[in-house]
Design a binder for this molecule. Structure first.
Ligand SMILES: C[S@@+](CC[C@H](N)C(=O)[O-])C[C@H]1O[C@@H](n2cnc3c(N)ncnc32)[C@H](O)[C@@H]1O
Length: 239
């Protein structure tokens, strides 16, 4: 995994972008209700700083929350000191056997290529115990045209600023350059830069992979009654 979400972008994400996990939580909790009733274990992939994790724990779930970024995990540890947080890098690391797999914030799109995603989706299907539930969001290929027309985004507040700009995309790839400025104790601003490459995925194709591996699954426009951003779909399945 490239060095995505180092200290400053992790801080900005935690402080300014936790809303997505908050928004998706009610729908995911409803899907997970049978798992909670039987005290099953939920594996969260790409948990970031733990915005969804907090909702899962508050609802009484047993959760293993994982991410590839040490800085994101450190933020999650601050937010949720009692949580079971582990570094798990996809697609290389083995997934534990669990009763549910969840993820928000398109972690699968961060993998290098479709082959890595297929490997990971297969590993998810294998890791789920019978009756297990999957709920994960994925950016679909269909978003490519909107992405090409996208302009730069900026968010600025007293403590930090983030600027993100799309750069050249391949057929199934979107690349963003992100610059953060974080205010230091002496009131100076520290600049950091990251380049994020996302592979756009044929979500219907991922559903087919899950079905070939013993699951029933579907591509949905949301987990529950929330509205997902354009291009993002929920993949919901059961083993
Ligand atoms: C857009 S963030 C979403 C974080 C969090 N779920 C949320 O919604 O706030 C994507 C997350 O995926 C993680 N990630 C990216 N590539 C990964 C990989 N190969 N293995 C594990 N985690 C990865 C990043 O570190 C980051 O925390």
């Amino acid at each position: 995994m490239p060095d995505y979400y180092q200290d400053d972008l992790a801080l900005v994400h935690d402080s300014g972008f936790a809303f997505h996990g908050n928004r998706c939580a009610p729908g995911i909790l409803e899907l997970l209700e049978p798992v909670r009733r039987r005290d099953g274990v939920v594996l969260e992939l790409g948990c970031g700083s733990g915005s969804l994790t907090g909702h899962l724990l508050d609802a009484g779930h047993r959760v293993i929350a994982t991410d590839g970024s040490p800085a994101m995990l450190a933020r999650a540890r601050t937010r949720l000191p009692a949580a079971d947080l582990r570094r798990l890098v996809l697609p290389a690391d083995r997934l534990p056997a669990v009763d549910a797999v969840v993820g928000v914030g398109h972690v699968l799109n961060y993998l290098d290529d479709e082959e890595s995603v297929t490997r990971t989706v297969t590993a998810i299907a294998d890791a789920l115990r019978p009756g297990g539930v999957l709920a994960i969001d994925v950016i679909d290929l269909g978003w490519l045209d909107d992405w090409r027309n996208m302009t730069s985004l900026a968010r600025v507040n007293e403590e930090w600023a983030v600027f993100s700009r799309p750069v050249a995309t391949g057929r199934r790839r979107m690349v963003q350059e992100m610059t953060t400025f974080v205010r230091s104790a002496d009131a100076s601003w520290r600049r950091s830069d990251e380049r994020h490459e996302n592979v756009l995925l044929d979500v219907a194709g991922l559903v087919a992979v899950l079905e070939r591996h013993g699951m029933t699954a579907g591509k949905r426009t949301s987990f529950g009654s929330e509205r997902l951003p354009t291009g993002l779909f929920a993949v919901v399945g059961q083993k």
